[in-house]
Write a protein that binds this ligand. Structure first.
Ligand SMILES: Nc1ccn([C@@H]2O[C@H](COP(=O)(O)OP(=O)(O)OP(=O)(O)O)[C@@H](O)[C@H]2O)c(=O)n1
Ligand SMILES: C[C@](O)(CO)[C@H](O)COP(=O)(O)O
Length: 236
């Protein structure tokens, strides 16, 4: 009997936004009347192939309760951790008892509200039968330099095989949980989920998305996200 494999989403949203320098965490900044995290969540909560969404929240988070998803039946909460990798692992552990190890998990930064539905669909359709999993990304477009530790160029790096790693990053729940636990046991605070899978000797697939799937990181990113959401027709 073929066991139905489910899809889950994990949104790490426990960051404090140091580089943004705003008074409130950047995932709660407003974009045309709704918070960044509400824009991000909508795509996953409304998606009929996604069984549930786990949001990893910071211990001091006093904003989540005011969002329109605070009591949504499809949204679960998990405790964020010191680093993104801790938050993602806690969210995976929160799925115990609901999800199976063979289920797929889409890990997507709450700070990336401009993800296009077409790219999410392409990622899912491309990876559902993949042996490893993978992520959305975009090939780099600029000449890439490696610094010498200061402000001088050490070398120009061959860019022909370089990609920007974006999210969602999609892996089987059991594999990703094991990979993150293994990385953390080795004190390797991986900055994305694919790095944990790579540590195990696996090669995640790169699926090309759109460059407007930006991560709101610094102050100048907020108006840019607003522009992209308007260009996509998602805000007026
Ligand atoms: N301990 C952490 C750190 C980050 N994140 C989340 O991971 C995503 C990407 O992280 P980043 O852009 O670095 O967010 P911050 O850590 O908030 O930013 P900064 O590094 O500038 O403080 C964000 O949605 C953030 O909320 C998380 O869940 N738990
Ligand atoms: C996961 C990620 O968005 C992929 O580019 C990135 O690694 C997050 O890094 P951050 O330092 O937590 O922003």
């Amino acid at each position: 009997m073929r066991v139905e494999v489910k899809l889950w989403a994990v949104l790490p949203a426990a960051g404090v936004g140091k580089r943004m320098g705003s008074k409130i965490p950047k995932q709660y900044l407003e974009l045309s009347g709704r918070t960044v995290i509400e824009h991000t969540l909508k795509l996953f909560v409304d998606h009929d192939r996604i069984s549930g969404v786990v949001v990893a929240l910071g211990p001091e988070d006093g904003y989540w309760g005011s969002t329109s998803y605070a009591a949504h039946p499809k949204v679960l909460r998990a405790a964020g951790g010191a680093e993104r990798c801790h938050s993602v692992l806690n969210a995976l552990l929160a799925l115990e008892g609901r999800a199976e190890d063979a289920d797929w998990v889409l890990v997507h930064d709450a700070a990336r509200p401009c993800l296009r539905l077409e790219d999410l669909e392409r990622l899912i359709d491309s990876l559902l039968d993949d042996a490893v999993g993978g992520l959305l990304g975009v090939p780099v477009r600029d000449t890439m330099k490696r610094a010498n530790g200061g402000e001088r160029i050490d070398a120009t790096v061959d860019r022909s095989a370089l990609w920007h790693a974006y999210t969602p990053q999609m892996f089987r729940l059991g594999l990703l949980r094991h990979a993150l636990q293994d990385a953390l046991a080795a004190s390797d605070l991986v900055t994305d989920d694919a790095s944990a899978i790579e540590r195990l000797g696996q090669a995640p697939r790169l699926i090309e998305g759109h460059a407007d799937n930006i991560k709101i990181t610094r102050a100048e990113d907020l108006p840019l996200a607003h522009f992209h959401l308007r260009q996509q027709g998602r805000i007026d």
